[in-house]
Structures are given as structure tokens and as C-alpha cells.
Ligand binder design. Structure first.
Ligand SMILES: *Cc1c(COP(=O)(O)O)cnc(C)c1O
Length: 403
């Protein structure tokens, strides 16, 4: 613990890969007075955020907004489209894919998990060719859906979703494509319509730079048809009534008004900046952080440079070094939070988030905190990550100095 009763001075470095640091502008928007969620002003806000989220998901089709964490939206995607006992193909890229599979199993779905063997599955992206082979072998079309995670937050891997779509098409298979982009959306490129996704799932507290508490389903016409035929009992998560009421900007139950003010502000910021600029900024930050990790002589959890995440970087600690002990030193000494290793990589790696309200200097300082903490924990470093990230940022203009 830091000193009791006293809040540390300056800002806490919230460098976990979500919840991400929230810009002051969004916090101020959230602090506006709560309004009548059945009044005319609310309807305008509702219609605005629904349209804005279509732009963020790059879709012409409806987006559902739930007062729930991302896990709720995972469940919503499954209960609206699939029946208990349905055969579902899930690809395990890491702990979040693992948890989604567990949730599906708890709902009574018959899941089949694909992955690369051993730790390789957790160091690489979705292998679309494995999905294609499996679907080609399913000539009776018993598989009803393919579920993949876009940005695997437990490892720092951003899978190629367009390749998964191509694999399903190459197998001429009618399975629905369900994609978790809870941490990918608004940090890495994401194209719901162009990639032929049936349900995209996201949440507020990662790339959207909001506090936790809202989550999303973006739908396709095929998913809406599936939801009408689906027999799974559902009430709160049901799309039907929401689709009707959303047409005028309202919800069946009370939406989180103040977080929606924040969402409106976040969308204004992201869309005014331009999504391509937002994605380029995250790529540049990620490259700077990776330069630091490489200079330390440590391994990056993602083993395939083609799928490095722009949102976070997983850092593997040397054999015999407990990554959580390193994180603890960095938290206690430097007031900086880093992501823990989840599931089977617990203690073997930590995660640096480079999303939300970050900038070059917060990331240089984060790397400095890590470097001091690693040394204090007795890790022998090959070189200075701080120098490497400074060199990277100074030789790759970004931010205000647009070329
Ligand atoms: C954060 C996250 C989740 C879980 O979302 P909650 O809001 O914690 O329920 C699921 N999948 C991915 C990829 C995530 O990053």
C-alpha cells in the first residue's frame, strides 16, 4: 500500500489494458445532471450515440447498448442467436477466449475449441486455416457459430478477422461469425460490415476511453434473423424490444444516462480525430513500447509480428522471475498499475496498456517505472528501454507534430 489516508500526488498511472485512463473532457461530460430517460432530450442523446456507434463499428446495421460489463454482451450475443446444445466452434487465443468458452459452456452450448498446441496458441493470432479445415469437414453444417476474439487482451495479439471471414466463405459454411472486440474497438481497425461479422461484442472501458459499465452488440441482418428463430429464453438481453425502442432513441429499461453522455463525448473525440489517426496513434505507441521491451532483452508475449497488438504489449519475465512480484514493486514504489498475467501465463508475464488517454510522455514514464521496477526486482536488463522508447518517439513524429 501507499501511505494510508493520503492520496498520492500527481496522477496514478493506470497502464492496465482496461479500464483505461479516461480523458478529463469525458469525465466532465459524465458529471452533467442526470435527465429523464423518457423525456425528449434523452431521445436525442439516444439517437446520437446509436448513430455514432454505428460509425465506430463501421456498420449500417443496429447496435445494441447495454448497461453491463463486456461479459454481459458476450452472453447477449450467444443467447440471442444460439440454442442450448448447439455446436459452436471457438478459437482459444488466450484467457479471454477461454472465459468466453466457459460462459458458452455454462449456457449449455456444445463448444469445440481450436488452438495451436501448448503455449503457441497464446502467443499467436487466430489461425484461419484451422477454422477453414474444420468447417470443410463439417459437411452436415452442425456448427452454428464461429467465435473469435479480435484483440486478445491477456496476451497482446490482434487477430486478422477478415481472414476468418474468408475461411468461412472458402468452406461455404453458413455458421454465424461472432467476434469479441471488447478491447479492440477504437484502438485497432475494426470493420463490422466489411468483414462480414454477424455479432460484434464490445465494452466501454478500453479503447472507447470510458469508465466500465456499458457494453455493445453490433448486429448483422443474418444475426437478427437468427435471433427471431432462436428458442433460448431471454429477457434483459433480448434484442427484439430494444431494436423497436431504439428506433426513437429509448430503451426498454433505464440506460446509464451519465455514461451515455461520456459515450457521446468519446465518439465526438474519436470521430473528429478520424479513426485512421486513432489507429495510427496506437500503432506508434505500441511500436515505442516494443522497442523498450526489446532493448531490455525481454521477450514479447506475441510471437508473430504480423499480429502485434496496438493496444497492449505482453512482456515475458525471465525464467525464475515472478512477473507479479515485479508489478508489485512498480505499483508500490511508482504508483503505476500494470496488467497481471492471466490464466496459464500468471506470474510469467505482465501487460503494459497503451490505450485510452495516454501520450508519448505517459508511455515514456510508464516504461521508466517498469525499468526501475525490473532492476529493483533483480532482473538483469540488456539495455535501456527508456532510451529506446525516447529514440522511437523522437524519430517517428506523431501527436501534434503531424508530418
Ligand atoms: C475486458 C475484456 C473482456 C471482459 O469484459 P468485462 O467488461 O470485464 O466483463 C472480455 N474480452 C476481452 C477481449 C476483454 O478485453
Amino acid at each position: 500500500m501507499l501511505t494510508t489516508n493520503a492520496h498520492p500526488t500527481g496522477r496514478h498511472f493506470l497502464q492496465i489494458p482496461g479500464p483505461s485512463p479516461v480523458p478529463d473532457r469525458i469525465l466532465r461530460a459524465i458529471s452533467s445532471p442526470t435527465i429523464d430517460h423518457r423525456g425528449p432530450e434523452f431521445g436525442r442523446l439516444g439517437l446520437k450515440v446509436l448513430a455514432d456507434m454505428q460509425a465506430i463499428f463501421k456498420t449500417q446495421h443496429p447496435v445494441m447498448i447495454y448497461p453491463a460489463s463486456g461479459t454481459g454482451a458476450w452472453e447477449a450475443a450467444l443467447v440471442n442467436t444460439l440454442n442450448a446444445g448447439d455446436h459452436v466452434l471457438m478459437y482459444e487465443t488466450g484467457h479471454f477466449a477461454f472465459l468466453w468458452n466457459r460462459l458458452a459452456t455454462q449456457l449449455g452450448l456444445k463448444t469445440e475449441v481450436l488452438s495451436l498446441p501448448g503455449l503457441e496458441g497464446w502467443r499467436n493470432g487466430v489461425q484461419a486455416d484451422l477454422i477453414e479445415q474444420r468447417l470443410k469437414a463439417d459437411s452436415g453444417h452442425s456448427i452454428k457459430a464461429v467465435c473469435v476474439v479480435h484483440n486478445e487482451t491477456s496476451t497482446g495479439v490482434t487477430s486478422d478477422i477478415a481472414a476468418v471471414r474468408r475461411a468461412i466463405d472458402a468452406a461455404k459454411h453458413p455458421a454465424l461469425l461472432l467476434v469479441d472486440t471488447i478491447s479492440g474497438l477504437a484502438g485497432a481497425d475494426f470493420q463490422h460490415d466489411a468483414w462480414g461479422i454477424d455479432v460484434s461484442i464490445s465494452g466501454s472501458q478500453k479503447g472507447l476511453m470510458l469508465p466500465p459499465g456499458i457494453s455493445f452488440n453490433a448486429l448483422s441482418p443474418k444475426a437478427i434473423e437468427a435471433s427471431k428463430a432462436c428458442k433460448t429464453p431471454r429477457s434483459y438481453w433480448g434484442w427484439g424490444e430494444m431494436l423497436e425502442m431504439n428506433k426513437t432513441g429509448y430503451w426498454p429499461s433505464t440506460p446509464n444516462t451519465n455514461l451515455l453522455y461520456g459515450l457521446s463525448e468519446a465518439c465526438d473525440m474519436l470521430l473528429a480525430d478520424g479513426l485512421d489517426n486513432v489507429f495510427a496513434r496506437h500503432q506508434r505507441w505500441a511500436a515505442g513500447v516494443r522497442a523498450a521491451v526489446t532493448a531490455w532483452g525481454l521477450a514479447i508475449q506475441c510471437a508473430d509480428p504480423a499480429v502485434y497488438s496496438p493496444i497492449l504489449t505482453g512482456v515475458m519475465t525471465p525464467e525464475g522471475v515472478d512477473a507479479d512480484a515485479v508489478r508489485k514493486v512498480i505499483y508500490e514504489r511508482f504508483d503505476c498499475s500494470l496488467g497481471t498475467g492471466l490464466g496459464k501465463v500468471k506470474g510469467r508475464m505482465f501487460r503494459i496498456g497503451h490505450l485510452g488517454d495516454s501520450n508519448d510522455l505517459t508511455l515514456v514514464a510508464t516504461v521508466a517505472g517498469c525499468e526501475m521496477g525490473l532492476k529493483l526486482a533483480g532482473v538483469k536488463l540488456a539495455g535501456s528501454g527508456v532510451q529506446a522508447i525516447m529514440d522511437h518517439f523522437s524519430s517517428h513524429p506523431g501527436g501534434l507534430a503531424k508530418p
